[in-house]
Design a protein. Structure first.
Length: 451
């Protein structure tokens, strides 16, 4: 019975074993196939991942290189604007940013310049004709200055802060090694202006500071930071404002074709009294861009959108309603930004238009010198030194200093005319000495005599 069962179960067992073997083989092939596929897939996936790893690492290296290159590019100074002219006396280099304002000290020894590189530099004017141009640097911490003006003692200056929108005071001090530097006074003036500032000035009397904004507001401050008076110019907007060299007047121009002048009055004891209207310069037919005083405040020059400049005699009795006299009108090229500078002796005036400068004789109104493409950017400031020997301009990183040959020729012409009329021997000698000095200056500039 058992043998029969075993015999009967033999084929069944064999079939079971066979089927089990087939299933096992199928499972083995399936597992092997999956494993191979997995390995192939892994290899295929590994290649892109490897590529991605390479690509992800390469951009980081490349971007790092690019960043370093960009950093190097940023650190490298841009190409200095090239300009050459026979009357170019000096190029003052030192700022790493665009120079926005210039100011000569009242004693004529220093020139201050401010830049968006967060520094103010004070240059020695006696070095203008030397190879090396010395300067003291003052750092404007956490900000930069757009305007700079000396105090009357020439040992301190104020700046207008671009971001702080207020005045900051700097004074000269001695360092531990004995050298001199300029340090900022911690206290700053309070904020009062609502519009952008177009100019600041310190009166040469040392009694007040003026700040003017592009709206119709001019503020008169004492030296401690208190507002003494507010002037509303009623000109829709101001384009320029300044204080006369004598410190007596404040003037402004703007949308209207007039220049308005006020007198800042103090008592004999030095106390502020009031600001009163003095006189106006009327004659232009369009808005006035800019104006300038002579050193004695007896002459003023204006330049207007109407394409003319005018020279005025302002030595008048305005309290008796006497108006200034128009002395001369000249034609000129005008385009914003446009500035005018009258030489302290009033014998020459210069007008900047864009990147060029035009110099005129104030006796005949003729253009005598033209300097084109002086700076790589629009000229931001223009000024004569206090002795009327040099004309300086800024508009990029460099300050350019020109010989004022127009002024020297005007001296020769004027003194010769006076010499013909002189009767006193002492007067003749004095006039001849001035002629000789001017001719000698021209001879050294040009290398030959020019009358």
């Amino acid at each position: 019975m058992e043998a029969t069962a075993l015999a009967a179960s033999g084929p069944l067992a064999a079939l079971t074993v066979l089927l089990g073997g087939l299933v096992l083989a199928a499972l083995l092939l399936l597992v092997l196939g999956k494993g191979r596929g997995t390995r192939l897939g892994a290899e295929k996936d590994a290649e892109p991942r490897e590529d991605l790893n390479v690509n992800s690492s390469m951009p980081s290296k490349t971007s790092g290189l690019k960043q370093k290159q960009h950093q190097r590019i940023r650190k490298e100074k841009p190409q200095q604007h090239a300009f050459a002219h026979p009357l170019l006396a000096a190029v003052l280099k030192g700022h790493s940013g665009s120079v926005t304002c210039l100011d000569f000290s009242s004693n004529g020894k220093y020139l201050a310049s401010c830049s968006d590189d967060r520094t103010v530099r004070v240059w020695s004017t006696k070095d203008f004709l030397e190879r090396e141009h010395r300067s003291l640097r003052a750092n404007v911490e956490l900000d930069h200055a757009t305007l700079v003006r000396f105090y009357p003692d020439s040992r301190a200056f104020i700046v207008w802060l671009a971001n702080g929108e207020t005045l900051r005071f700097f004074k000269i001090a001695k360092k531990e090694d004995g050298s001199m530097t300029y340090v900022a006074v911690p206290e700053e003036f309070p904020k009062h202006h609502k519009g952008p500032i177009i100019n600041i000035e310190v009166a040469d009397t040392g009694k007040y500071i003026m700040t003017a904004s592009s709206d119709t507001t001019i503020l008169i401050w004492d030296l401690k930071g208190d507002v003494l008076a507010t002037i509303n110019t009623n000109q829709m907007h101001n384009t320029f404002a300044t204080v006369s060299p004598c410190g007596r007047f404040v003037a402004s121009c703007g949308f209207t074709p007039d220049v308005k002048v006020w007198e800042v009055c103090f008592s004999k004891s030095g106390e502020f009294r009031e600001v009163t209207r003095a006189f106006e310069l009327k004659g232009h037919t369009a808005g006035v861009y800019s104006f300038s005083f002579s050193n004695d405040s007896r002459r003023m020059a204006t330049v207007s959108k109407d394409g003319t400049w005018k020279l005025w005699d302002t030595d008048v009795e305005y309290k008796k309603q006497q108006d200034p006299y128009l002395l001369l009108t000249g034609k000129c090229e005008v385009a914003e930004p446009c500035r005018i500078a009258l030489a302290p002796d009033a014998r020459a005036l210069a007008i900047s238009c864009g990147t060029s400068i035009f110099v005129y004789n104030t006796q005949r109104g003729e253009e005598e010198e033209r300097f084109e493409a002086v700076h790589g950017e629009h000229i931001t400031d223009l000024a004569f030194d206090v002795n009327s020997c040099f004309l300086v301009s800024c508009g990029d990183r460099a300050i350019r200093v020109f010989h004022n040959t127009t002024g020297y020729r005007a001296v020769v012409e004027e003194m010769k005319g006076l010499l013909r009329k002189a009767t006193s021997e002492a007067t003749k000698q004095r006039l001849q000495q001035q002629i000789t000095q001017a001719q000698s200056a021209l001879s050294s500039i040009y290398g030959k005599s020019k009358d």
